[in-house]
Design a binder for this molecule. Structure first.
Ligand code: NAP
Length: 254
């Protein structure tokens, strides 16, 4: 059975990936993971490919074990894995609770790695892993500090993993987009000081990012999926981090 697994499938970018994979066809099932089961079921009703809704909280280690048990039972051939579950919080170190900070690291780093490691044994030659990072990964960002650091972790992990699984013919792509019009901002602003980042400039449609990311995942190690993030990637390569952070300090206050 050839399947795709998409985490964060109930909303935004993850949902757009599910829709795009469904459009492209050729899969027996798509497994969608998120906490909101109703959302997953509603999405499933709109697809041609059967969607298996897996209501899991990925910050809970038991959920990852549940996924591992299901994989061991079904032994699918996972053609595509998209790790899109993630969130960020706007605010400086004193604006966030310890719980919010820990959950961000648990979901964006620990869960992404655990899900990937759990799924890789069920992937074969030609399969693709798509790790959703962010252009926040390219440099430190005050006011979005833990989020940017968590995405830098995932970017670094994805790049090395690409080399580790290359002999098996599996491709890993770190997707590092700029702002996207999803529920991300709503979640990010829900802190003691959500106006730390006042405007999210030039947001892209999740459908555009998902389409470009899937296309890029056949070839690229890192995909920005838009001009804004591409400029940021190039700038972060050639300018010192403090110059980019100074620009960001201005931009986030606009
Ligand atoms: N939007 C942007 O500007 C932007 C830019 C660059 C990168 N990204 C990255 O893109 C990815 C997708 O975010 P989005 O923009 O699509 O935001 P979103 O609309 O808020 O979607 C986040 C998804 O993650 C799931 N999720 C959250 N906590 C979870 C948990 N504990 N266990 C399992 N699933 C969980 C949510 O589902 P439930 O709530 O149902 O669990 C939802 O499906 C994230 O990794 C984000 O960091 C976003």
């Amino acid at each position: 059975m050839g399947i795709a697994i998409v985490t964060g499938a109930s909303s935004g970018l993850g949902r757009a990936f599910v829709r795009r994979l469904d459009e492209l066809g050729g899969l027996d099932e798509i497994w969608g993971i998120a906490r909101r089961e109703e959302r997953l079921r509603e999405l499933g009703e709109q697809l041609r490919t059967p969607l298996r809704p897996l209501a899991l909280d990925l910050t809970d280690e038991g959920s990852v074990e549940e996924l591992a048990a299901l994989l061991a039972l079904e032994k699918p051939d996972v053609r595509v894995l998209v790790c899109a579950a993630g969130f960020g919080k706007f605010g400086t170190w004193q604006d966030m609770t310890l719980g919010e900070t820990a959950d961000m690291i648990d979901l964006n780093c620990k869960a992404a790695v655990a899900v990937t490691a759990g799924v890789l044994p069920y992937m074969s030659r030609g399969s693709r892993v798509v790790e959703i990072c962010s252009c926040a990964a390219f440099q430190p960002l005050p006011g979005l500090n833990v989020y940017a650091a968590s995405k830098a972790f995932l970017l670094s992990y994805s790049r090395a993993l690409r080399w580790e699984v290359a002999p098996r013919g599996i491709r890993v792509t770190a997707v590092c987009p700029g702002w996207i019009r999803t529920e991300f901002m709503q979640v990010a602003r829900d802190t003691k000081n959500g106006r730390t980042v006042r405007h999210c400039l030039l947001p892209q449609r999740p459908e555009t990012v998902a389409r470009r990311a899937l296309r890029a995942s056949h070839l690229l190690a890192v995909a920005t999926c838009g001009p804004f993030a591409l400029v940021q990637r190039i700038a972060a390569k050639f300018l010192p981090n403090c110059a980019i952070m100074a620009c960001w300090e201005g931009l986030r206050r606009l």
